[in-house]
Design a protein around this ligand. Structure first.
Ligand SMILES: [Zn+2]
Ligand SMILES: [Zn+2]
Ligand SMILES: [Zn+2]
Length: 141
């Protein structure tokens, strides 16, 4: 488990004031090893207001702490960015893997989204590439 001092440093490095709630959400995302939906986070912090949690995620997203993932389930999920991530296309954006059995979605950070040469006049702003299949856990059952 990541210690609180490290989390505070990581948040401050991105100009985010390390409130107790932000530290808890960061730690949860860090220990999850998969992308989490707002509902998953709500479930863990049942005493917290949904709006507070949502705002925490939005702040994290704006400051480059987390990125959103659309894995085809219709539920937006969030995962921590790598330390030096700017969520830039052609540099930071990576593939995701969605398991059709357990519904887990994970980052494949070592596999960046390949550069696509678009037709003249088209400008890419975002990309979302999800591989679907069976994860290692489900595969070994
Ligand atoms: Zn990012
Ligand atoms: Zn699975
Ligand atoms: Zn990711």
């Amino acid at each position: 488990m990541l210690n609180t001092i490290r989390v505070e440093e990581n948040l401050q490095a991105k100009h985010i004031r390390p409130t107790a709630m932000r530290i808890l959400v960061y730690k949860l995302l860090n220990s999850a090893n998969k992308a989490l939906a707002l509902a998953d986070i709500e479930h863990t912090f049942s005493t917290a207001e949904r709006t507070t949690l949502f705002r925490t995620l939005k702040t994290f997203e704006e400051k480059g702490i987390v990125h959103q993932i659309q894995d085809g389930t219709g539920i937006t999920k969030y995962a921590l960015c790598e330390p030096n991530c700017n969520c830039e296309l052609d540099r930071d954006l990576h593939l995701h893997f969605h398991c059709t059995i357990c519904d887990d979605t994970v980052c494949l950070t070592e596999h960046k989204i390949p550069h696509i040469n678009l037709p003249a006049g088209y400008k890419a702003e975002d990309a979302n590439l999800v591989i679907k299949g069976v994860c290692d856990k489900c595969n070994s059952l």
